[in-house]
Design a protein around this ligand. Sequence first.
Ligand code: C5P
Length: 246
Amino acid sequence: MRPSDRIFCALDTTDTADAVTLAKKLKGTVGGIKLGLEFYCANGADGFKRVADAGLPIFLDLKFHDIPNTVAGAIRAVMPLAPKLFTIHTQGGPEMMRRAAETAAEEADKHGLKKPWVIGVSILTSLDDSDLKAIGVADSVPDQVARLARLAAENGLDGMVCSPKEITLARAATRPDFKLVVPGIRPAGSAVGDQKRVMTPQDAVDAGADVLVIGRPITQAADPAEAARAISASLKSGGNAESSAA
Ligand code: C5P
């Protein structure tokens, strides 16, 4: 596994042409591209295909959250796009997670694809303990993240998204091959922007991160490919090769 395989660059834009240009520039320097709600709502499956045509694996971050039947339907709808990984909300509950994992496996078989990683989102980092209380959750954010991580692992998910601060507790609550996908990564010396809790790429890998989601430190750089190369160079190779995105 190459260190660059761990890096998924978040392209938070609505502009397909910009996304395609960046994806082409980044080919060979990162493990893949993350496309989220902003991009997908604006450009849909066609936009996804245009970016994927650049040749990098795609992380489709749409955070599905609905009744099990509807989430299964959404997964069936996106599977022909062959994302390498996609997200669902773990707060959709055990049955929703099981159905999501089963549907991803069935549809992958049907389309002759490798099963994508079904990745859970736990508590959004924009929420704190008082927000949880407001919606009737008495537990603290860390306790709730650990609970949802355990539930996700027990109900067939391949991994979860967690903040740098949550890597250790998520790893402790789950099995060693459960993939931890971590945003909030900032190379030493780069602008933190609106991220509140950041970690350097190597510190995140040392703590147990499998995939590093990195946006602006790459996309806003004068030379995005060079920025991505520098981040890879800052990573020692090795880590958990089994769980790499390669
Ligand atoms: O530009 P930056 O590196 O901050 O981008 C991080 C990416 O990870 C963005 O797409 C952001 O939406 C996403 N993300 C995050 N924090 C979370 C979950 C997702 O920053 N808790």
